[in-house]
Design a protein around this ligand. Structure first.
Ligand code: FAD
Length: 363
């Protein structure tokens, strides 16, 4: 079993891998993270994959089992505070036939996903009662097992539980596959490269081309009046609009954008800010630019088939990689991190249950 393991990247994948590896006696973990632009800390944090219409069965299994892992992980890692909350998610549809179909799908999917919890059909008045900031809403379905995580806090708590403090600065590979940090080669038995959208750059010195592209995502943080509600405030996913994520009382996140032409740019844009505010006001009708308290910007990693991949890097048995988690990476990331940790200690993992081979994306 490898005893000295490097993890490059302290996002959701790297942090979960560290947490599970820490449970192996005798394993030393060194984490590197340059802290420049991870997706995890910018993310909205919605965990609710069950009603997705995506046809990719490997992806759905990964997202479903990933969502199922959260509760176990939160208990095992003693995650506290606002890092993980089972708030429920409401998904609306304008057309009642569409809502019927969605409800039927929810019941079908729950058979193999008990963490979905209860399923309720809600009219506009019930949605307003749960979410007083809502001025207008179509009817919807409430899935009580839907959850929200604070990616940044979640990773900080996992890293603390794993007893790792990320070493700052950008690391690289030389052409032989040695890890270079601060201009020096550092020897490890195994390296886990969990670098999100930056995998092409990291693998380039090995003569490898990685089919992963960056996608910019922006979210608006807004303040709302503090409403007196006795229920936990669920996430609202209205049809055709951005998602609404109540965080603490009087705080709301709205987003996110999916911008394919911005590379790794992390500059907030005024047009996007206006667009997100307009989207928010088609549901709330009360928010102005004065209510904006912040803008989050992050870079997602996408593959050509929109599917994540993870596993051993072909030709480099002591390097494991993961990337391409796209817009549902907080949902799939913990399971990918757990499976990478199992692979790192030599366990056999049936990756084909969840992903194509890494050679489909790296050549
Ligand atoms: C705006 C937005 C909203 C989102 N909302 C949701 C959501 O609601 N639900 C959901 O499930 N998912 C969501 N996602 C997607 C999710 O956040 C990502 O898919 C997931 O966080 C990716 O995790 P990761 O660990 O693969 O990569 P990252 O979080 O990107 O972490 C990679 C880390 O590696 C570091 N790194 C890279 N190269 C190097 C190097 N050479 N040396 C050292 N460090 C390096 C980076 O700086 C970064 O910190 C959202 C994403 C965005 C941007």
């Amino acid at each position: 079993m490898p005893t000295k393991i490097a993890i490059i990247g302290g996002g959701i994948v790297g942090s979960t891998a560290a947490f599970y590896l820490h449970q192996q006696p005798g394993v030393e973990i060194i984490m590197f993270d340059d802290g420049t632009g991870q997706a995890t800390k910018a993310a909205a944090g919605i965990i609710s994959p069950w009603l997705s219409k995506r046809r990719n069965q490997q992806w759905y299994r990964l997202a479903r089992d990933g969502a199922g892992l959260f509760h176990e992980l939160a208990i095992d890692a003693h995650l506290t505070g606002t890092s993980f909350a089972r708030t429920g998610t409401i998904i609306t549809r304008d057309d009642s036939d569409d809502l019927d179909a969605l409800e039927q799908l929810a019941y079908e999917r729950r058979d193999s996903a008990p963490t979905m919890g209860e399923i309720y059909r809600l009219n506009e008045a019930s949605i307003k009662a749960l979410l007083p900031f809502v001025h207008h809403s179509a009817p919807g379905i409430l899935i009580t097992g839907g959850a929200r995580i604070d990616g940044q806090l979640f990773c900080a708590q996992l890293q603390q539980a794993a007893n790792v403090i990320p070493r700052p600065g950008r690391v690289s590979f030389n052409e032989k596959g040695d890890l270079v940090a601060n201009g020096q080669i550092e020897k490890f038995d195994l390296v886990i490269a969990a670098v999100g959208a930056w995998l092409p750059e990291l693998l380039n010195p090995l003569g490898l081309t990685t089919a992963v592209r960056p996608q910019k995502g922006q979210l608006l943080e807004l303040k709302t009046p503090v409403y007196q509600t006795t229920q936990p405030q669920p996430v609202l996913m209205p049809e055709g609009e951005r998602d609404f994520i109540p965080t603490t009382p009087g705080q709301l996140i709205v987003g996110a954008t999916h911008e394919n032409d911005q590379g790794f740019d992390l500059t907030p844009s005024v047009e996007v800010e206006n667009d997100l505010l307009a989207s928010a006001n088609r549901v709330t009708q009360t928010l102005t630019t004065q209510d904006i308290t912040g803008i989050r910007v992050g870079t997602r990693a996408y593959t050509q088939d929109f599917a994540p991949f993870f596993g051993t890097l072909v030709g480099h048995e002591s390097i494991l990689v993961a990337s391409g988690l796209g817009s549902s990476g907080l949902t799939t990331g913990p399971l990918i991190g757990q499976l990478l940790a199992q692979m790192a200690i030599g366990q056999t993992v049936a990756t084909e249950r969840y992903t194509k081979a890494t050679s489909q994306y790296i050549s």
